[in-house]
Design a protein around this ligand. Structure first.
Ligand code: ADP
Length: 540
């Protein structure tokens, strides 16, 4: 067979040739714009030309600090197809981490949204290698700033050559993208994506048994383009000629619901906190969401109650998926096998709230101290993953060895695998609770709590205990105008779990601290709980 290179240039050229009239719907600060792919691909050539004229060469890193919109999409393709590296930067990390990430990646040029500009101003004295900052704005003028090395994205594109060649000979193993994990512990770690990895991952997104992304879809990645490449959707969507709806700066649940209604979105992807908010918007407003054939939810566990509400109340099919920054990200998806469709509703829901079946192309194992765990849906072990879109090291990081050993990525996620091969994450290794020598899954208790009609969200953590080593404590945020007592919560859990699983304390809170991508930040929660418990001890 021929050895053609699996690179992003092939993907752009395909869209250019066959999908000129398909569109990207892009929300920016000035409104919602509908832009044909012919225009997007022309601007990709121009951006590649503009970057070249600024001295960006092969292998150079170009950072983006941006929301999901058409300019960011152009950067997604222009940077890798000129042989440079697209470095998507998480806008929600601390200023210190932001400076660290930019310096560690040695970004040469930054593309920054006008409203995110203050993030860069705050760290300007800490960043070292930046030669040019390009501002992405709809306005004629640039924001007022003390920075001097600035340029306007639109002016650069206007001056650039629309016939700039994209490099179609790029070796498929060249780095196309770079993204740092949001890092619940320690400094963020970089993951480098190859052209080949992105190409194969995009193909996987098109499989009917995964996301089934196709030309027919109107896809809305809500998951930020600075977080694992918006789960790879913009890459696959442009290649397949899928209409894309990019929801822009600070999309509120109401804005998202309006975009779904106005543009007849067929599939959308986001983390559970996004979908929780979306549900509230649907409860409060009257939106037509009948176009949605699938919402894809991953990043942390989707509570069963939420899946049920989407499907039974709003008739929106819900697909739960699992992955990591290190895995591009798709690893598993909770789809039923044909013969499992005959199970009763509760059993099906139970299966679909697991993280699901591994996608073709990727291999998984669960291991514990005895070796590979049996597929019995009960024994737990750490999940290991390998395949062509799984990273094999962290970018320029000598601590890589801990996670990448013996040809496998050690995920740090504790799972069981059932007889059919479906994976269930019971916890992260560091969040498991060990009480009197027995493991307790914080995730299972959280799911049960979030199924209570008065509970908005809940997180369960371990606190040290002199007798049992660790005991679970539940932190609960109630829905507006709802009340519950500690005793009522415990009574609600009692029939569902063994006695030792019932949390010793239930603490009610206004909010649960979250990471930059909306996951429970258990480290901060533990500190908060420690303080609350010591206050209540000293007052009693
Ligand atoms: P970070 O590691 O910085 O939080 P990632 O987005 O890469 O950022 O997070 C990957 C982790 O998120 C996984 O290792 C897993 O613990 C968790 N995760 C992702 N998807 C799911 C899911 N569907 N259910 C439960 N946990 C999930």
């Amino acid at each position: 067979m021929m050895q053609t290179q699996l690179n992003l240039t092939t993907m752009v050229k395909h869209a250019e040739k066959y999908f000129a009239d398909k569109t990207v719907i892009s929300r920016t600060l000035s409104g919602v714009h509908t832009i044909p792919y012919s225009k997007i691909t022309e601007r990709i050539h121009r951006l590649a030309g503009a970057l070249k004229s600024l001295g960006v060469g092969k292998g150079d890193r170009v950072g983006t600090i941006a929301w999901n919109h058409h300019r960011h999409l152009e950067a997604y393709f222009a940077i890798p197809t000129m042989g440079a590296v697209l470095h998507t930067i998480n806008i929600r990390v601390s200023p210190d981490d932001l400076a660290y990430i930019i310096n560690h990646a040695e970004d040469k040029v930054l593309l920054v949204d006008e409203d995110l500009f203050p993030l860069i101003e705050r760290v300007k004295d800490q960043i070292t290698d930046i030669e040019k900052i390009i501002v992405m704005t709809d306005k004629e003028e640039l924001p007022e700033t003390s920075l001097t090395n600035m340029a306007s994205y639109e002016s650069l594109l206007e001056e650039a050559d629309p016939d700039t060649e994209l490099d179609d000979a790029i070796d498929e193993n060249t780095i196309a993208g770079l993204c740092y994990t949001s890092g619940t512990t320690g400094r963020p770690k970089g993951v480098a994506y190859s052209h080949r990895g992105i190409y194969l991952h995009s193909l996987a997104l098109g499989l009917k048994d995964t996301v089934g992304l196709s030309e027919e879809d109107i896809a809305m990645p809500i998951v930020p383009m600075f977080h694992v490449n918006a789960w790879g959707m913009p890459f696959a969507a442009l290649w397949f000629g899928t209409t894309q709806v990019l929801p822009g700066p600070m999309p509120t649940p109401q804005i998202l619901a309006e975009l779904v209604e106005d543009y007849k979105v067929t599939m959308a992807a986001g983390v559970p906190t996004i979908w929780m908010g979306f549900l509230q918007a649907l409860e409060q407003g009257n939106y037509d969401t009948s176009s949605l054939r699938c919402i894809l939810c991953g990043g942390s566990a989707a509570p069963k109650g939420m899946i049920r509400t989407f499907e039974s109340t709003y008739h929106i099919p819900f697909v739960h998926a699992y992955g990591m920054t290190e895995t591009s990200p798709i690893v598993t998806l909770a789809r039923l096998k044909s013969y499992q469709q005959e199970l009763d509703e509760e059993e099906r829901l139970e299966l679909r709230s697991r993280q699901g079946m591994v996608v073709p192309g990727i291999e998984i194992r669960g291991i514990n101290e005895h070796g590979d765990i049996p597929h019995d849906g009960n024994t737990i072990g750490e999940l290991l993953v390998r395949g062509p879109w799984i990273a094999d090291a962290y970018y320029k990081n000598d601590r890589s060895e801990e996670s990448f050993r013996d040809g496998w990525l050690h995920t740090g996620d504790v799972v069981n695998i059932d007889e059919e091969g479906s994976v269930k994450i019971v916890d992260r290794t560091k969040d498991m609770i060990k009480s009197g020598g027995e493991w307790i899954s914080s995730v299972d208790i959280e799911n049960a709590l979030m199924a209570h009609e008065a509970v908005f969200e809940a997180s369960v953590i371990a606190v040290p205990d002199p007798k049992w080593q660790e005991r679970p404590v539940a932190c609960v945020v109630l829905k507006e105008k709802k009340t519950l007592t500690e005793e009522e919560v415990k009574e609600f859990l009692t029939p569902q779990f063994a006695k030792y699983w019932i949390p010793d304390r239930v603490l009610f809170m206004e909010e649960i601290p979250k990471t930059s991508v909306g996951k429970f930040l258990k480290r901060a929660l533990r500190d908060q709980v420690e303080e609350m418990l010591s206050l209540s001890d000293s007052s009693s």
